[in-house]
Design a protein around this ligand. Structure first.
Ligand code: FPP
Length: 247
């Protein structure tokens, strides 16, 4: 089935988040090192960014490196950082042609200097793009992000700039790394694992979750369209009843 042709144009999610999982297992199938899987994961990233742009998704957030990933073997961490720098170098011109902006969420300052510099360079180059915003979650974890937000809110209260009674959902949204972005309507995780792994915990309160057994390096834009097709055929009730939604 060609899922792209079946999508309802005015029901395309504004924001899709993806937990790209299964690179290591994909590599193991071929008796290769985990980094071989990460390298092939870049092809999936390319395809999905292209697909999201084609159908008018506004934000695509990719979980590329979690806070917890720092505890992987140094060789793998170094390879992932190198791959990031290489991919950003290689892909920025193509992203510019496709009108894609780049944004990063996470503890950017904990990334190696050369990664930070490459990201700054690419973000600046793509600054005037008006199409898809590609959001890379790097050295990111949701609990870290929430704690950071709470610290900054507490600081404002301490210096008398904020009343505790003014703290509400909207204020909290503004203090998160994802400020000014809509919450993801759809969260996809590849590789058959059915967990959230500290990703966007606040923002996915009402997201639709989609789990696929496909390993990330095998995932392509057609798989993205299939996930969106599945999403479009769900009923999103936000705590209401089906009858209320009809009326
Ligand atoms: C999870 O698979 C994947 C990662 C930790 C890294 C994701 C990185 C990429 C796809 C490449 C670079 C990204 C960009 C944006 C250019 P895993 O290693 O946990 O796989 P496993 O569960 O099979 O071990």
């Amino acid at each position: 089935m060609i899922y792209k042709d079946k999508l309802i144009k005015d029901k395309i999610p504004k924001h899709i988040a993806i937990i790209m999982d299964g690179n290591g297992r994909w590599a193991a199938q071929f008796g290769n090192e985990r980094t071989f899987g990460h390298e092939h994961g870049v092809e999936a990233v390319r395809s999905v960014v292209e697909g999201a742009g084609e159908i008018g998704v506004e934000y695509l957030t990719l979980y590329a490196f979690s806070t917890e990933n720092w505890s992987r073997p140094k060789l793998e961490v170094d390879a992932l950082m190198g791959l990031l720098v290489q991919s950003i170098s290689d892909e920025t011109d193509e992203l510019l042609k496709s009108n894609v902006r780049l944004r990063v969420i996470g503890d950017v300052k904990s990334l190696p200097q050369n990664v930070q510099e490459k990201l700054d360079w690419s973000i600046a180059k793509l600054n005037d793009c008006t199409g898809l915003t590609l959001v890379l979650a790097l050295s990111y974890s949701s609990k870290w992000e929430i704690v950071e937000a709470v610290k900054r809110i507490a600081e404002q209260v301490k210096i008398g700039q904020l009343e505790p009674s003014a703290i509400n959902y909207d204020l909290m949204d503004g203090y998160l790394n994802t400020s000014n972005m809509p919450d993801p309507e759809l969260l996809i995780r590849t590789s058959g694992e059915c967990r959230i792994s500290n990703f966007l915990l606040w923002q996915i309160a009402y997201s639709e979750l989609y789990f696929t057994p496909k390993l990330w390096p095998d995932f392509r834009k057609e798989d993205l369209f299939e996930a969106i097709y599945d999403y479009q055929n769900r009923e999103r009730r936000f705590g209401k009843t089906s009858e209320q939604l009809v009326s």
